[in-house]
Design a protein around this ligand. Structure first.
Ligand code: MN
Length: 276
């Protein structure tokens, strides 16, 4: 697709969409997203930590909103976030762990990822493996009908504003993060709220421009696989919540040479991983 062609598509695929090429000997790649980890979600944390430790996959690609909130890498110096970073670091020592930012954790910094061996994944990205390619995204950028959110997203992703925010004392940033979530919760009162879905035209446009048979995204908390066009499919990842906010749910999308399968997290039966 010619990049400069005037188009009805409101959100063309970025020209600089990077491709990650998987090593030829990989057998499986796991995709997860929307765990919304917080100190108040210990069961979800435990299942996630167990999966990262025990998965048979060669890589785990985290497609955004791993954390409920992230207001700067100095969060990881102690407490719950330090335990999460420890899980990432231990897992990254034995397999590839890739992190794509979501709308809750877009302030996770390169410094934290690099220090712990985690690979940064741009949104969107292409992944080449098993003799094909897939397009991956968190998905929030595609939700064009959420006009207020898209305006907010454009503002908060400005690097100058992010630098200014990150220069504030941690206590202020925590308070601002809480205030932002309260505002979001007042707009969407239930955690099981109905999310705006991805824009159908923009999604088809991305898949056509990338010339891939598969798009994988999260964000909408509406796990399902949808046909996009003959020969192309959109796999929507499940959010995770094992801490009492609605139906318990935790799911991994596993990609192998045989295709895609939705599986339960591995190693979840263990009772000893709550406090690694
Ligand atoms: Mn999200």
């Amino acid at each position: 697709m010619a990049a400069r062609t005037p188009s009805a598509i409101a959100l063309p695929l970025p020209e600089a969409t990077p491709t990650f090429v998987a090593p030829a000997d990989w057998q499986a790649i796991d995709f997860i997203s929307d765990l919304h980890l917080a100190a108040s979600t210990p069961r979800t944390f435990t299942a996630w930590a167990a999966h990262l430790r025990h998965t048979r996959a060669d890589a785990v690609f985290i497609l955004g909103d791993l954390f409920e909130v992230w207001v700067g890498d100095d969060l990881a110096e102690g407490g719950f976030e330090a335990r999460c970073v420890g899980v990432l670091r231990d897992a990254a020592a034995t397999k590839m762990i890739a992190f794509m930012a979501g709308n809750r954790d877009f302030l996770v910094g390169d410094a934290m990822l690099e220090a712990n061996g985690v690979t940064r994944l741009r949104d969107p990205s292409l992944i080449a493996a098993f003799a094909t390619r897939v397009l991956v995204s968190h998905g929030d950028a595609l939700c064009l009908d959420d006009v207020a959110y898209q305006r907010y997203r454009r503002v908060v992703r400005r690097s100058g504003l992010q630098r200014a925010f990150l220069s504030l004392p941690l206590a202020w940033r925590r308070a601002l993060g809480r205030a932002a979530r309260r505002r979001s919760d007042s707009l969407h009162p239930s955690r099981e709220r109905r999310f705006v879905d991805v824009d159908a035209d923009a999604t088809r446009g991305w898949v056509a421009a990338a010339d891939v048979p598969v798009l994988i995204h999260g964000h909408t908390h509406a796990p399902a696989s949808h046909a996009l066009a003959p020969g192309s499919v959109r796999h929507v990842l499940s959010d995770w919540d094992l801490d009492g906010n609605g139906t318990p749910r935790a799911e991994v999308l596993r990609w192998t040479a045989q295709g895609f399968a939705r599986i339960a997290p591995e190693g979840s039966a263990e009772g000893d991983t709550a406090h690694p």
